[in-house]
Design a binder for this molecule. Structure first.
Ligand code: AKB
Length: 314
């Protein structure tokens, strides 16, 4: 059955691939996108422009559309958050609180994007468990841990059906990521395909959990489709697919572009990368709602190159 859906951050890396799937399921007219600064010229569907933190504006939207479900994706990511910590706190926390309040008052279901940024240097680095030490060292991570607890609180206190995923670094060709620590994994593809060398901002032995976007979107919809009784994590689920060292990605890309050269020059983002796990245990997601990734490093590299070559006209 069609639902009225509201999406924040609809034109970001995740939103640009999730919105078409939601439009497919519920009909274009039923998916309302909340644009902020960047709006693609060819966007086709109901569109509003404003700030989630503007209470009057948001109340008007709820009156106008009578939403059933919210996908709250808008967020300042880790690297931008380190440059602008106050902004990251305001956008990530006030934005989430505003959405949770509206959803509670209108009996909506909510999806919220958390991240591996909830983990920190004291967290076990390998196969990081679902329930573990959460002591992040970035403002982004602080907002994600606080946000997870807030979601759980709204579920316990008000019965709000809120669900979330701790996304790893997401790799996609449709829309570039912006302001994250894992952005190098996407940048490397663009440079190789354009025939340019790449200066990577983390060390070559930096290993991080990553995921191809198609897996991330499938996981998101699968989580939202799951029966209420099978969901027993209301903070956010560990969500995992693959992990690699930066050098391993370079080598995989070199199978297609043997002349591709990468120089490793770590900058301040290395500290954030070092504080995140090498790999994440997502067995809870697998048990509760049958999560199963499809893309490994080889397959992801193949489809990234195939699609980016088309996109860039190579
Ligand atoms: C970032 O690098 O900030 C994001 C994330 C892992 O949440 N891609």
């Amino acid at each position: 059955m069609s639902k009225k859906i509201f999406v924040t951050g609809p034109f970001g890396q995740i939103g640009s691939e999730l919105v078409p799937e939601l439009q497919e399921r519920h009909g274009k007219e039923n998916v309302v996108a909340l644009g902020h600064s960047y709006i693609p010229e060819d966007y086709d569907g109901p569109l509003e422009q404003g700030d989630v933190r503007d209470e009057d504006f948001m109340n008007e939207l709820w009156e106008k559309y009578e939403f059933d479900e919210v996908y709250h994706l808008a967020s300042i990511l880790s690297a931008t958050g380190e440059k602008k910590p106050d902004l990251a706190w305001d956008v990530n926390m006030d934005g989430l609180k505003a959405i949770l309040d509206l959803a509670r008052d209108h009996d909506n279901r909510v999806f919220w994007a958390s991240s591996i940024a909830v983990f920190g240097p004291n967290t076990p680095m390998d196969n990081t468990p679902q329930h573990t030490i959460l002591e992040p060292v970035t403002m982004y991570g602080v907002t994600k841990v606080s946000g997870e607890l807030l979601c759980q609180y709204y579920h316990e206190k008000y019965g709000l059906d809120v669900r979330g995923l701790r996304y790893p670094g997401l790799i996609s060709w449709k829309e570039k990521p912006g302001g994250g620590t894992t952005d190098y994994s996407v940048e490397m593809f663009y440079k190789a395909i354009k025939g340019e060398d790449y200066t990577c901002f983390v060390r070559e032995d930096t290993r991080l959990p990553m995921m191809y976007m198609e897996d991330a979107i499938r996981g998101t919809l699968q989580l939202m489709d799951a029966d209420d009784e099978s969901i027993d994590i209301r903070t956010s689920y560990n969500h995992s697919a693959l992990n690699f060292e930066a050098k391993e990605l370079e080598e995989e890309i070199k199978k297609y572009y043997p002349d591709f050269e990468v120089e490793y020059k770590p900058d301040e983002r290395q500290k954030t990368a070092d504080s995140w796990p090498n790999s994440v245990d997502d067995s809870k997601a697998r048990e509760d709602w049958d999560w199963q990734p499809k893309y490994d490093l080889e397959k992801m590299t193949e489809v990234m190159i195939e699609n980016l070559e088309k996109k860039l006209g190579v």
